[in-house]
Structure formats: structure tokens, C-alpha cells
Design a protein around this ligand. Structure first.
Ligand code: UDX
Length: 454
């Protein structure tokens, strides 16, 4: 199939490269010329494991980037719209969706063959048919269903695992205004045998995406709430959630026969909170949507409230021992919202670092990948180190904010320090007896032993 992908952000670029890998001819469209040039040279503008090599393999063969939307739409059978939908505090901003819909509509006016326009961006239920379709019809002077098709095909990929998630999805949701549009989408995914396909309308497709992200975010805030209770009553949340997690309904068995573990893979790991470009924004957008249609989302509001308070718990643990942070040397480990990415959007490290700096702490930081992004955010207020050793040197307190594998070396490094620092584990990734002064989210100082030897 000939496909155009409009917008070369995370979802757009990964989709484009993976669809090319599946044998489609893909044209990427972006207004940013520098990005287009980079893609055409086989260089990915975003950091994502495996993306560079897949792009390099397909560029010039089955992937081409351009700023010329008109040529891309005229030369393809189907367009995936993957432009950004930023959340402005009240609702998602559909500015880019509207602009692109209008431009695509004008091109459809001069296109004689059938074309399907597919929403790939995450949008609240109803958006594709209530916002995109009228714009397309007005600009093209044509009728949806008769002259062109419209679909909604949400993307469930995780940053850091985007390529694997796209190529081996749990399910593919094909939403469409009519059977012909859904059939066109099904043809796009022909190369995914054995994967559950859900054929549905566009509004349900939109709802599936928001509900999925909201449920996962709810599991995390649930675990954090339990963790906060554990910390008060002498229980370790890691032990508590381990027991919960082994319920077969919460612990899928993989095709290999292994049980999914640890609980971070099932979103039951308590920690300093979820971040990223999806969970915070999508949950807030669904809350706003519920309010707008008269169906308040009370549970999801609590999910957000718990998550917003979680970074402060890291600071509370530091302040138990350093009530006045002025002049206290604090090392913040991990700026990315999760490992495997350079994305710092909504990362719990941001509010934690802001507060540390504002209260006069001397903050050093290390992130294996996201240094550049974080330096841009904090400037000279934070001393960024090239390595873990440099960041923790002379620290009074160390905060583990991201579950980077590199931080597993911490106990060994701390053992070599002249004065043992306080280690506050925001991801519960270190053993609690691995350093002399350990505190963790969801762990009381006097937490009883997890294993009772008789
Ligand atoms: C998420 C969804 O997983 C994906 O399906 C959707 O398409 C986009 O949003 P992503 O934002 O890339 O993907 O990250 P994910 O791996 O899901 O982690 C989100 C956040 O939750 C991270 O900050 C992570 O640290 C946190 N998290 C995750 C926890 O705090 N506890 C957990 O148990 C799991």
C-alpha cells in the first residue's frame, strides 16, 4: 500500500518506519525541514532503541520524507494523521489536527481516486467524526463515506519499546466511519498475522485508547496509595504488591510460558509517580471530557492527585534527615520519566529538582541519555555529571528517580564513599539492605522482614 504519515513525532515516525518494514511504501510529511532532511539521511530525530537501524534500512527504499503534503496525499491511498495534540490545562489542543485536516481536505478536492484519512493521534472520543470529518468535507467539497474514507487507529506503543510494541502489538484497533474505511485499515495491517483486530467505529476506537491509558495510570496510583499506607504501618509495598501481583488475573503468562514479573511491567510498582507524554495528559484530558459531557471522572481525578503528590514524598524522605536543605548536597539520579528514553516530559524529577534548587540544596544530576534535555530545562542551577560517580561524589543524599539499569551499581559505589549518604529509592530498584542509609517509597523505616525464617 502507498501510505502517507503526517507528523514525524514519536508515533508518526515509528509507525512510518515499522509500516515500511512490513512492506508498505511510506511518505513521511513534516513542516520541519531539518527533521525531513535528517530522516532522508537515515538519522532519527528522536532517541528510540532500534529506530535508527530500521530507518537506515528502509530510507530511500520504502521510506521517504518530504515537506510537500500535497504530493504525499496525491501519491498515497491512505494518510495517517499523527500530529501533536498538546494538553493546554483544560482540554487537548486540536490546532494541528484542524490545520492538517483542512490542508488534506483541499488536496482531496483535486484527487479523483478514493483516499482514506486516518486519525492516529490520541484524541478524545468524538473528535474524528465531530471535528476532523466536517473540516475534511468542507475543504474538499466531498462527502465522507461516498467520496473518501475516514478511520481512527490509536497507537499503544511505549517509549523505549516503541519498535517492538508496534511490530508485536497486543491488539490493533481499527475504527472507521464505514466498512470500506475499516477494510482499508485492515489491509494496512495485513502483515500482522495472529494479532487480535478490533473492528469498530471511530468513537469507540478513541475511547479504547483513553481507557487503556487511564487504567494503567490508575494501577500505578493505586499502588502508590497502598505504598503510602505501607510506609505508615511498617509494611514494605514491594512485598505487598508482589503478593497482589501473583494473582493470575494480574500477572499474564507470556507465550514463552513465563509469568510477567516484576510488577513494574504490570503497572503495580509503587514509586515517585508516573510521567511521560501520555499518562498525565491523557488522564487529564479524559477528566476534562467527562466534565464537559456531564459525567465526572472522580476516580481519575484521584489518580492525578495521588500522582501529583508523589514527587513530594521523595523530598519528605530527605527532609526527615535534612530538615533544612540549604547547602545540603543532593544527587538526583535520572531525569528521564522512565529508562530507555531521553524524554523528560512530566518526569517526577522535574518538580523534585525545582524544589531542591529553590530551597538552596546543591544539586548534582546524572542521566545516561536525557542529560541534554535536562540541561536545557535547568541550565546552571544543576551541576550535570558525565557519570554516576561524578554525580554522587560528596553527596549527603542521593535520590533515585528513574529505573535506569546503570543505577544498580549504586550500592558498590556508595560502599566506597568516605561518608555514607542517605539513599532515597524512588523506584524501589535497590535492595533495602544494600546501602547503610536506605529509604524508599512505600517502605517504613521499621518495615518487617519480607521473609520469615522459621
Ligand atoms: C504509555 C503506555 O504504556 C502506552 O501504551 C501508551 O501508548 C503511551 O503511554 P509510555 O508513556 O511510553 O507509554 O510509558 P510507560 O512505560 O507506560 O510508563 C509510564 C510511566 O509510569 C513512567 O513514568 C513509569 O516510570 C511509570 N510506572 C510504570 C510506574 O510508576 N509504575 C509502574 O508499575 C509502571
Amino acid at each position: 500500500m502507498n501510505v502517507s504519515v503526517v507528523g514525524t513525532g514519536y508515533v508518526g515516525l515509528v509507525s512510518a518506519v515499522c509500516l515500511a518494514e512490513k512492506g508498505h511504501q511510506v511518505i513521511c510529511v513534516d513542516v520541519d525541514e531539518a527533521k525531513v532532511d535528517q530522516i532522508n539521511q537515515g538519522i532519527s530525530p528522536i532517541y528510540e532503541d532500534g529506530l535508527d537501524s530500521l530507518l537506515e534500512k528502509n530510507v530511500g527504499v520504502r521510506v521517504l520524507a518530504t515537506t510537500d503534503l500535497r504530493r504525499a496525499v496525491l501519491d498515497s491511498d491512505l494518510s495517517l494523521i499523527a500530529v501533536g495534540t498538546p494538553f493546554d490545562g483544560n482540554e487537548i489542543d486540536l490546532k494541528y489536527v484542524r490545520i492538517v485536516s483542512e490542508q488534506v481536505g483541499l488536496i482531496l478536492k483535486e484527487k479523483s481516486s478514493y483516499h482514506v484519512v486516518v486519525m492516529k493521534s490520541t484524541v478524545v472520543p468524538g473528535t474524528t467524526e465531530e471535528v476532523m470529518v466536517p473540516i475534511l468535507e468542507k475543504a474538499s467539497g466531498k462527502l465522507v463515506g461516498r467520496d473518501f474514507g475516514v478511520g481512527m487507529n490509536p497507537e499503544f506503543l511505549r517509549e523505549g519499546e516503541a519498535i517492538q510494541d508496534f511490530l508485536y502489538p497486543d491488539r490493533i484497533v481499527l475504527g472507521g466511519v464505514d466498512k470500506r474505511s475499516v477494510d482499508a485499515l485492515a489491509a494496512l495491517y495485513e502483515g500482522f498475522p495472529g494479532v487480535d483486530l478490533i473492528r469498530t467505529n471511530t468513537k469507540t476506537a478513541e475511547m479504547i485508547k483513553y481507557s487503556s491509558n487511564s487504567l494503567l495510570a490508575t494501577l500505578i496510583s493505586f499502588s502508590n496509595e497502598i505504598g503510602n499506607l505501607c510506609a505508615k504501618v511498617g509494611v514494605d509495598v514491594v512485598d505487598a504488591m508482589h503478593g497482589v501481583h501473583l494473582d493470575r488475573r494480574l500477572s499474564p503468562i507470556l507465550a514463552t510460558g513465563e509469568r510477567v514479573y516484576p510488577s513494574s511491567l504490570t503497572y503495580l510498582a509503587a514509586g515517585c509517580g508516573f510521567g511521560g507524554s501520555c499518562f498525565p495528559k491523557d488522564v487529564k484530558a479524559l477528566i476534562a471530557y467527562g466534565k464537559q459531557v456531564g459525567s465526572p471522572m472522580e476516580l481519575l481525578q484521584a489518580v492525578i492527585d495521588i500522582n501529583s503528590a508523589q514527587p513530594q514524598r521523595m523530598l519528605d524522605l530527605v527532609k526527615e534527615q535534612y530538615p533544612n536543605l540549604d547547602g545540603v548536597k543532593v544527587a538526583v539520579l535520572g531525569m528521564a520519566f522512565k529508562p530507555g528514553t531521553d524524554d523528560i516530559r512530566e518526569s517526577p524529577s522535574l518538580p523534585v529538582t525545582d524544589i531542591l534548587v529553590s530551597e538552596g540544596a546543591l544539586v548534582s544530576a546524572f542521566d545516561p541519555i536525557a542529560r541534554h534535555e535536562a540541561e536545557g530545562r535547568f541550565g546552571s542551577a544543576v551541576r550535570f555529571s558525565d557519570d554516576l560517580e561524578g554525580a554522587i561524589e560528596g553527596a549527603d543524599a542521593i535520590l533515585v528517580m528513574t529505573r535506569w539499569k546503570q543505577f544498580e551499581r549504586l550500592p558498590e559505589l556508595v560502599a566506597g564513599m568516605a561518608k555514607a549518604p542517605l539513599v532515597v529509592d524512588g523506584r524501589r530498584m535497590l535492595a533495602k539492605d544494600s546501602v547503610p542509609r536506605y529509604r524508599g517509597i512505600g517502605l517504613a523505616p521499621d518495615a518487617s522482614l519480607s521473609v520469615i525464617d522459621r
